[in-house]
Every structure is written in structure tokens, then in C-alpha cells.
Design a binder for this molecule. Sequence first.
Ligand code: SAM
Ligand code: SF4
Length: 334
Amino acid sequence: MKDKHGRSIDYLRISLTDRCNLRCLYCMPEEGVEQLLHDEILRIEEIERIVGVAATMGITRVRLTGGEPLVRKGVVDLVRTIASIPGIERIAMTTNGILLPRMADSLKHAGLARVNISLDTLDHAQYRMITRSGNLDDVLSGIDAALRVGFNPVKINAVTVRSLNQDFLAYAKLSLDRPLHVRFIEYMPVGESSGTDGCGWGEEDVVPSEEVLENINRNAQAEGLGHLLPANGVGKPEGWGPARYFAFKGALGTVGFISPLSRHFCSECNRLRLTADGKLRPCLFSDEEYDLRQALREGSDDALRQVLETALQAKPDEHHDKVGTERGMSQIGG
Ligand code: SAM
Ligand code: SF4
């Protein structure tokens, strides 16, 4: 599928739920967001039908996200069904990793190929503070489980937020001894900056990727680790997104940077997003949505195809530094 700006779109990100077992302070308010009603959320069979139609149009890669995708009942069966849809080559998941120790095996058997695990710090107290309830050991066990069952690649994503004062080098060092691809993601202005949905974004909290890279190199050299070298060939993980990768000499993994604010990559955008309540979003930063659920419940596969095509053609050329969106990240599907 080509959009009107000539970009090939072959990647669908699906939010399975707006619910979550954590309350990360940049993503959700402590009390959670107003939850979608049961009937508003796409049923598992409805998601399967959408992927089936999308695959006939050229979608080849699907990522399951949320909210927390692993709290969605039926997620393992959903993975199994999507994996069997002709045309779908890979299924990935973005998860906070808390439930991976008990679910990684069945997800792998069902056909999940790769996982991104979100983790912003390696400090126990800071992890509990950021997630408002989580236990760092659970995520670390989740990472162990992901490697054990053979997800490939396993990426670990940290949002960089200045006021959190994260230890970037400690985090980058996760890539040294195991094939982990750690990535630093610039804090994005998604949700209301008033903080009512938990975003509370402010420009002063954005740490540009270049600054993180310099910080890591300075501290790594002080420790005798050398500095990060561009990883372009063998060591670079297959990516569906716009990360730039580096690696320490001899490391088994890489260190990546995703810079939606300091380095616009909209020209490389390859995706559509589906919210848990069945709305197609052409762009993360735009509030424009197309109602796939209604087409799904009232119409034929052709009607679905038409909404997919309309959303595709509505993809903007870029996000134009827009600040704030009506729905927060946990609702859109980060
Ligand atoms: N619950 C899962 C998880 O945490 O991985 C999946 C959904 S979560 C919304 C997806 C990703 O979005 C997480 O890595 C999270 O850190 C990231 N995220 C949330 N709000 C963000 C923001 N304002 N800027 C950048 N990343 C954000
Ligand atoms: Fe939940 Fe993921 Fe949002 Fe954290 S970032 S509150 S884990 S949806």
C-alpha cells in the first residue's frame, strides 16, 4: 500500500486494550484512564478479521500493544490466529514485561517472533516511582524469559525524561553481555499536557538523543569502555522503525536512538495504528481517526477495505511538531 506521499505502508500497530497493570507517570494518571466499555472494545475475532483484510491489502507486519497487551484475555490465541493469516510475515509485541515470565513460552509457541520490553531505569526505587507500583525484578525476569524462549530481537525501550535523571550508561551496558538491543526514545508530547491523562509533557523534560549519546560516550570512556560505534551491518537488529543503532566494541547487543522530535523521520513512516476501540489513526500525533469498528459491525470486508484505504490516504506528510493529543499513549497504543 502506498500513501499519497509515496510511502509504503506495510505495518499495523494494534492496541489490544486501554487497560494496564502499571501506571507509568508519563502515560497514565494514578487512578487510570476512564476505561472503554466492554462493547466498545474490539473482540478478538474482530481483530482477526481486520488483520485478514489488511493482509490482503499489503500489511505484512503486525505489532500488538496497548495499554498492556498481556492483560488482554485471549492474547495467546490471537497471536496464533494472526500468525496463520496468509501474508502476515511477522508478529511483534510491545509490553512492560511484567507478565512475560509466565507467558513467554506460550506466546513463542503461538508464533510471536519479537518483543520490545519497556523499562526506563535499572534502579528499583526509581522503577517503582515511575510505574507507581511495579517491581523491577518482574521485568528483569521478563527479559530473561524473552531471551530464554528465543524471541529475536529482544529490544528494551526507555523513554528519556530529564527530570527523572536516568543513568543512561548503566542502561546502555545491558547490551554488553547479552543480545539485548536497548533503545532510548525521546519523550513525546502525546496526551494532554495539562496532566489530566497522565502525560504532563513539557519541553524542558525532553532529552535530545544526541545528548544521551554524548552522555553515554563520556561516561563510558571514563570507565574504559570506549565509545559507541555505528552498528550498520551484522550486529544491527532488524527494525521496523526509524532507530539509529550503535554498539560498544565486542558487545552482543546494540544501543539505539529513536528521535521523533530532534530528528523527524515522518518521511520514513510505514505504519497505521488501530486503537482498542476500533479507530484507525493515520498518525500518532494527529487526532484524526477513522471508524473501522462501525464498518466491521455493519458492513462487508469491502467496507473495511474502504476505511483502511481512506485512513491510509489521510496520513499527513509529517507531525509538524504538534503538542498534545486528545487521547493518551495508553489509549492510542504506544
Ligand atoms: N504497556 C506496554 C509497554 O509499556 O510497553 C505497551 C504500551 S506503552 C503505551 C508503549 C510504549 O510507549 C512504552 O515503551 C512507553 O514507555 C511509551 N510511551 C508512553 N508514553 C510516552 C511518551 N509520552 N513519549 C514516548 N514514549 C512513551
Ligand atoms: Fe502501562 Fe505501558 Fe503506559 Fe506504562 S507505558 S502505564 S506499562 S501502557
